[in-house]
Design a protein around this ligand. Structure first.
Ligand code: GTP
Ligand code: MG
Length: 316
């Protein structure tokens, strides 16, 4: 048997073989075999509930994930965790940190943990995460957690792949709350104020409430959960808040609608990437790019005419 025989790996993964799932995620991440993988697993996806955990560096996202996973394991759920690491694949520092913190879970065969570098993906980290989510879903995970540091746009893109987004904050973040409010506050389905053992919790909660009052009034304002992840406090309430959000989405017929909306974005993104690739290939094969540039530079043609002609050729 070939090592990278994808249909065989998919079969083995569907029977619950962890190594096959791991191999498939690596293949999807590092080669264009993701298309074949996704094709084969698509009939088996759609059962996992996907939770995004985002927030500034060090607010306790991994500690929180660890506690949430342990709580759900008591209910015998199968869990996948994807930690998207913003550091360069060469430093590896934070990846190692996450591995150590989540080490205890690593011996549990019903918990699958994976770190993924946020750089170096052809189609972007968002599509790489999306593929990993699908694989873990087909693998049979009931819950999939995506941990991402909420700093850059691409990390925010990642949480667009999820059903419920937790935005983790900590006491004493006043200025930071102000700074992140643009663009980031809206993505929160649940605010988690972690490190509630520290001073200033009430103030942080108040600041979040104030921002919620400033923004557009949502029918279902995101609840604010106070937790001490380190000490396993407030985890049960947080799980309840996640379940309530799930129920709310279903009641409002938003659960499927949101997933379809994400699918639309994903399809557009893939089409965009493929068109871009096809266009540059076409250009390489059929045109003398330097000649085209010279033509425009020497004012024989204008840029729009050149590109429109090119596009007409491609459409043919
Ligand atoms: N005081 C206190 N410390 C906590 C709590 N939860 C986590 N920590 C500590 O905060 C530090 C950072 O925790 P992590 O879970 O690694 O935070 P993170 O957000 O995953 O960090 P990055 O992945 O590096 O962005 C660790 O030293 C934790 O022990 C808490 O509830 N209270
Ligand atoms: Mg972490």
């Amino acid at each position: 048997m070939k090592k990278n025989d994808i249909p065989d790996l998919v079969k083995r993964m569907l029977t619950g073989e962890t190594l096959a799932a791991a191999r498939l995620i690596s293949l999807a991440e590092n080669s264009d075999s993701n298309e074949e993988i996704i094709k084969l697993i698509t009939p088996h996806v759609g059962n996992a509930y996907i939770i995004g955990i985002t927030g500034a560096p060090g607010v306790g996202k991994s500690t929180l994930t660890d506690k949430l996973v342990k709580y759900l394991r008591l209910q015998d759920k199968k869990i996948g965790v994807v930690a998207v690491d913003p550091t360069s694949p060469f430093s590896g520092g934070a990846i190692l940190g996450d591995r150590i913190r989540l080490q205890q879970l690593a011996t549990d065969e019903n918990v699958f943990i994976r770190s993924m570098a946020s750089r170096g993906h052809l189609g972007g980290i968002s599509s790489a995460t999306s593929d990993a989510i699908k694989i873990l879903d087909a693998y049979g995970c009931d819950y999939i957690f995506i941990e991402t540091v909420g700093v850059g746009q691409s990390e925010i893109e990642v949480v667009k792949n999820v059903d419920t987004t937790l935005l983790v904050l900590i006491p004493g973040m006043g200025d930071e709350i102000q700074a992140i409010k643009a663009g980031v506050m809206e993505i929160a389905d649940i605010f988690v104020v972690n490190k509630a053992d520290k001073d200033g919790v009430e103030r942080t909660v108040l600041e979040i409430e104030m921002l919620q009052n400033l923004g557009e009034h949502k029918e279902h304002p995101a609840p604010i959960c106070q937790v001490i992840a380190r000490d396993n406090e407030g985890i049960e309430q947080l799980v309840s808040a996640i379940q309530e959000h799930h129920e709310f989405l279903q009641q409002k017929n938003m659960f499927d609608a949101n997933r379809k909306q994400r699918l639309e974005m994903e399809m557009k993104q893939i089409a965009h990437n493929k068109l871009l690739q096809k266009t540059s290939e076409f250009l390489q094969e059929n045109y003398d790019l330097n000649q085209l540039i010279d033509d425009v530079y020497n004012k024989k043609k204008d840029v729009y005419s050149v590109i429109n002609e090119l596009l007409e050729e491609i459409v043919k």
